[in-house]
Design a protein around this ligand. Sequence first.
Ligand SMILES: Cc1ncc(C[n+]2csc(CCOP(=O)(O)OP(=O)(O)O)c2C)c(N)n1
Length: 791
Amino acid sequence: MPTATLTPELLRQMDAYWRAANYLSVGQIFLCDNPLLKRPLAAADVKHMLLGHWGTTPGQNFIYVHLNRVIRKYDLDMIYVSGPGHGGPAVVANTYLEGSYSEIYPDISQDEAGLRRLFTQFSFPGGIPSHASPECPGSIHEGGELGYSLSHSFGAVFDNPGLIVACVVGDGEAETGPLATAWHSDKFLDPASDGAVLPILHLNGYKIANPTLLARITREELDQLLRGYGWTPIYVEGHEPAPMHEAMAAALDTAVERIREIQQNARVRGDITRPRWPMIVLASPKGWTGPKQVDGLQVEGTFRAHQVPLSDPATHPAHLQLLEAWLQSYRPGELFDGDGRLRPELAALAPQGQRRMGANPHANGGILLRDLRMPDFRGYAVDPPVPGAPGIGDTHVLGRFLRDVVKLNEAQRNFRVFGPDETLSNGLEALFEATSRQWDAATLPGDEGLAPAGRMMEMLSEHQCEGWLEGYLLTGRHGLFNCYEAFIHIVDSMFNQHAKWLKVSSHLPWRRPIASLNILLSSHVWRQDHNGFTHQDPGFIDHVMNKKAEIVRVYLPPDANCLLSVMDHCLRSRHYVNVVIAGKHPAPQWLTLEAAVVHCAKGIGIWQWASNDQDAAPDLVMACCGDVPTLETLAAVSILREHLPGLKIRVVNVVDLMKLQPKTEHPHGLSDQDFDDLFTRDRPVIFAFHAYPWLIHRLTYRRTNHENIHVRGYKEEGTITTPFDMTVLNDLDRFHLVMDAIDRLPQTGYPGTRLKQQLIDKLIEHKLYINKHGQDLPEIRNWTWTRGGNP
Ligand SMILES: Cc1ncc(C[n+]2csc(CCOP(=O)(O)OP(=O)(O)O)c2C)c(N)n1
């Protein structure tokens, strides 16, 4: 429908700018020379290896030039998220045209030589990847793994009231689980204190080799779907450039004005009705403006346009001709001067300075990052009168510390806690003393802890929690994701992508470090008594360990004071993924605060107070990592010291799992000498571990004493049973640990054999007791550390 949004002159210029971006995109995919087509295109001008995605690119170029117009018209603070990030040529082309690219990479200058390098570097060894990768200015979202664009965008606008994220959602991407549920993010946005997300559903109809679902349902169904998610769609549909420019300009004006109106209503008039935010559906041909037909098959407007539509122009003269005609169809002579510079009247269409989406500081969050104001964690310490004194549950103690982190940073609004539905269940109830769960949907009398604005974000989608937090961190803020240990696996893949982003960006000097992604795993494998087997899986850390050592950290604090010390460190750290595993159930407290601080600083250490090898080499090392394994180890040590008092036993506790790796593999790793000092070169080591046992072997296989390291951990035995029985099922209990030790210590002789027989009897007694009483033996429930049986 014709509108008067654009003057004919502006329409002509915007179309030219779009053609320039398309020209640069095709050039990036195909050319290594002759960037301005000053001479007829030759086979030698074409790259040998053609990699990239054309299909999505012209649509994204179209969106970008139109966003530039509204940024200028309304002076918007806007960034661009490319859901189908494989349209990398589009974001590179546009940031190049607006000048932000050359500012960061002066070698890719705005002239003919720069153009040649721009084209050659794309998807080329030593060059840049084909996605909206960290190398690309203005990007906070690589879009390689599809599905996270909307949640990243929402994360970016939380507590950024002036920011609008224009988020291009691929219609294929929209089929993924994470994206499908991300539409609901609109119920978690506070129009008063957060910014806005403008989703642009790019309905180009196809994925790699299939049509997309959203393009093959009726427009009415699509409309109902989007409205059902709470959005107000505005449709822009067609393929003729001129009416499409008109329609897109009008749609964007409507959307921006509606966003402003919603924000005004909330901010000035205090209207807290949940808004129906605008979004745009852009239905345009896949591979728009590209070759219509290749080798007799339709390409434009089909799935065949997805990647490189001309397979090998360098060896295929007809394809070379098609490529030249395609490039010439953009009339580069009208767009660039003889030196390869964008003509000034076109360059003037781009926003200026930091308003350019490639130069917006929100997309380089480290620039905006401010330190958290941190309470002194020592003020939250528990004070165990003796090692092993009962505690209320470690995360409950941590909750008080986090509550005050929230309070102290209320004014600078740069800290949030994310979780699927478990912040309470994970023992962080103290947070509710300081803040609420942000919730913009309806509330009913009797609801608790919900408010239009709050520091906690809870939606039963681990994908949203992770994605929101990533977006929040990438735009320069801080946060924590708390999750049941078993279900963090749901975001294994998102963790991968974020870790990759961190690795690559840490090597780009212009990208400043961002706050670490902190993941607190509670309700862990050993204490899922009421949920049973489905909720028992400690394998996330196996997965985490695959990532670059410079990025990942894994902590298993054995008690509340250690947890406080670890979390204080994590919240201050930069550019890591920190995984912290902690219990929420009442559990013994081992270390005073001072001892905990020293222990956590070392990351691993001998617990002298539990050992008796001070005056001689140990006969045995009892190592533990994790709260429950630590308890079972100390209980085993007390049995050994009582019954076999001649044994010299060393207790080693591991908080920082990375200490076990060689120094050459991880910056935290112990040197071989230090490792041998702790674990000896030849004595048996019984290692009780929180997670799957093979991880410890994987980390220590190069160590001198590896052959003698005997690991007990979770071996996929679980059900609803008592806490102690969970350890028995997996041979991690104190009795098995003692028997393991005896088996490796022939010098224990007959007393050892006799003790072993007693413990076998004990295990039978345990089974009979729990089957009858439904709880653990009193001597297990009431066990306390008595210093090796000599209180
Ligand atoms: C999670 C995920 N699964 C599969 C792929 C492989 N893949 C790359 S592009 C693509 C199709 C994308 O379609 P759409 O989102 O509509 O993007 P566009 O058509 O604009 O290229 C697929 C399946 C991927 N990148 N991520």
